[in-house]
Design a protein around this ligand. Structure first.
Ligand SMILES: Cc1cc2nc3c(=O)[nH]c(=O)nc-3n(C[C@H](O)[C@H](O)[C@H](O)COP(=O)(O)OP(=O)(O)OC[C@H]3O[C@@H](n4cnc5c(N)ncnc54)[C@H](O)[C@@H]3O)c2cc1C
Length: 320
């Protein structure tokens, strides 16, 4: 392996990883971002709660701006999905592997995010509905947009109940639909639904069609038409690479980190949705900034690197 050892390999190029990449590159560190290209931000047709964009911005455009900003300062981005992470016992160096290559690094930042579980429906229909705001995944982000609209929540357990109750502060017309069979809820959940006057419908549920600006859901109790449907079916955390090198997980399946985004593995950091916290762009960016600064300071503590005088830098650049 002749490639130089990176100061930091950032795995994941969503808001957390790209913010970290911007900071790390501007710290004059040698870094690489490896990104599988499935940022949840890329699903957002137009985010309206992310600060600084009063007219909103599409998730793809926001990501592209961040990629441009990181690359402007020297970050490199590989469109690859890392499949393996190893840590050498003696040196503590990391090696990550992906389809077309691998890299060695002093530190690794995992900003690999989570995936929402989708409701059972045709994939093309899903993506069309998502782009048109007929399917939504994040009431904190876009509950405002369903104010006084007809909303269906597909979910069965306390998570589904909590989401339906949350959305009830935006609209009086909320229906909780069981994804598979009849809703089986405990007394406390039933009390919450009754208090909030939320209707319940038995499944199995399947979103079957888009009709004008509405979405039609087929249930055990017939067809229902909504302005928007929120699947509340949970999510899967992308922690596999961290687990390969012994990173500890919290009860909810996210990485356990200290206040500076360090995992329990020396040299391994995590940021964004894959760490327990508020799953939001601003939060992911904040954690990316904290992680990058911690990485810079931890590297510096081990091996301070003073900047060379300008004349020596110029000589090195001209090769003389
Ligand atoms: C429909 C929808 C709407 C939303 N709307 C808003 C909103 O309006 N406002 C808001 O603040 N938040 C919103 N969110 C939440 C927001 O998208 C996330 O909080 C944010 O994307 C988290 O950033 P992240 O960098 O942690 O993870 P992500 O953005 O998910 O990025 C993770 C990246 O890591 C990559 N990756 C994973 N594993 C590997 C691997 N092994 N190798 C290489 N790459 C890998 C993935 O491909 C992905 O590109 C929304 C989410 C959804 C689904």
């Amino acid at each position: 392996m002749d490639e130089p050892i990176l100061d930091c390999l950032v795995i994941g190029g969503g808001p957390a990883g790209l913010t970290a990449a911007i900071y790390l590159a501007r710290f004059h560190l040698d870094i690489l971002v490896v990104d599988g290209g499935k940022s949840r931000t890329s699903w957002i047709p137009c985010t309206r709660n992310h600060a600084g964009y009063p007219d909103g911005i599409s998730g793809e455009e926001l990501l592209q701006r961040m990629r441009d900003q990181a690359c402007k300062y020297g970050a490199k981005i590989e469109a690859e999905f890392a499949t393996k992470l190893e840590r050498e016992g003696q040196s503590g160096l990391f090696t990550a592997t992906w389809g077309s290559g691998e890299a060695r690094a002093r530190t690794v930042l995992l900003a690999t995010g989570v995936s929402n579980r989708r409701p059972p429906m045709d994939e093309e229909l899903h993506d069309d509905a998502l782009a048109r705001g007929l399917i939504r995944y994040c009431p904190i982000c876009d509950g405002y947009e369903v104010t006084d609209k007809r909303v269906g929540v597909i979910g069965s357990d306390s998570h589904g109940v909590a989401e339906a109750v949350f959305i009830r502060s935006y609209t009086a017309d909320v229906t909780l639909i069981a994804p598979d069979a009849a809703l089986k809820l405990g007394a406390e959940d039933q009390r919450k639904l009754k208090e909030a006057e939320i209707d319940c419908v038995d499944g199995p549920a399947q979103a079957v069609a888009l009709a004008g600006e509405c979405i039609v859901v087929d249930t055990a109790e017939g067809h229902y038409t909504f302005d928007s449907v929120y699947p509340a079916l949970g999510s899967d955390t992308h922690t596999q690479l961290g687990e390969m090198v012994g990173a500890a997980l919290a009860e909810d399946g996210c990485f356990l980190c200290d206040d500076h985004q360090r995992t329990n593995v020396v040299g391994l950091y995590a940021a964004g949705d894959v760490v327990h916290g508020l799953d939001q762009i601003g939060h992911a960016m904040g954690e990316g900034g904290v992680a990058a600064t911690t990485i810079r300071n931890d590297l510096w503590t081990k091996d301070p690197r003073w900047r060379e005088p300008v004349e020596e830098l110029e000589q090195a650049e001209s090769g003389s």
